[in-house]
Design a protein around this ligand. Structure first.
Ligand code: ZN
Length: 133
């Protein structure tokens, strides 16, 4: 299982900017990269339209999500994670997040009002270490 996610300073800044730009709504996107053992290495964060556009939930625009998946595959990469923002709450999975995570094996990175944290689902929510490069 994944226990570490490596993400560039540039992508962390991009996600923080997305958090601010979409306030008070949640922003979301995908993390494209490769899995190396128990590490998810993010090559780039790609913002995706939040079709729900609410303060407490998100849904990746299906067409953009598909295109991102396709592009990643062309480059020999995959979607290793999903990010979304919690503009008015902490970076802890909501009840809705927890339910959705159970059908998704990738890393969930949440940028909350109190910073950034990452998780995977393995019988329960497990924390994943974020390493900035
Ligand atoms: Zn959430």
């Amino acid at each position: 299982m994944i226990n570490e996610i490596k993400i560039s300073h540039r992508d962390i800044e991009l996600i923080k900017a997305e958090l601010e730009a979409n306030k008070p709504y949640e922003a979301c996107g995908v993390l494209v990269g490769i899995i190396n053992g128990s590490t998810a290495l993010v090559e780039k964060a790609l913002p995706v339209t939040n079709t729900k556009r609410t303060r407490t939930s998100f849904e990746l625009d299906p067409k953009e999500h598909y295109n991102a998946w396709n592009e990643a595959e062309k480059d020999g990469m995959e979607i290793v994670g999903v990010y979304h923002t919690h503009p008015v709450s902490s970076a802890v999975p909501s009840l809705w997040d927890r339910e959705t995570m159970q059908n998704d094996t990738s890393v969930w990175l949440i940028a909350g009002a109190d910073g950034m944290r990452a998780y995977v689902w393995e019988n329960d929510v497990k924390a994943v270490k974020i390493t900035e490069y």
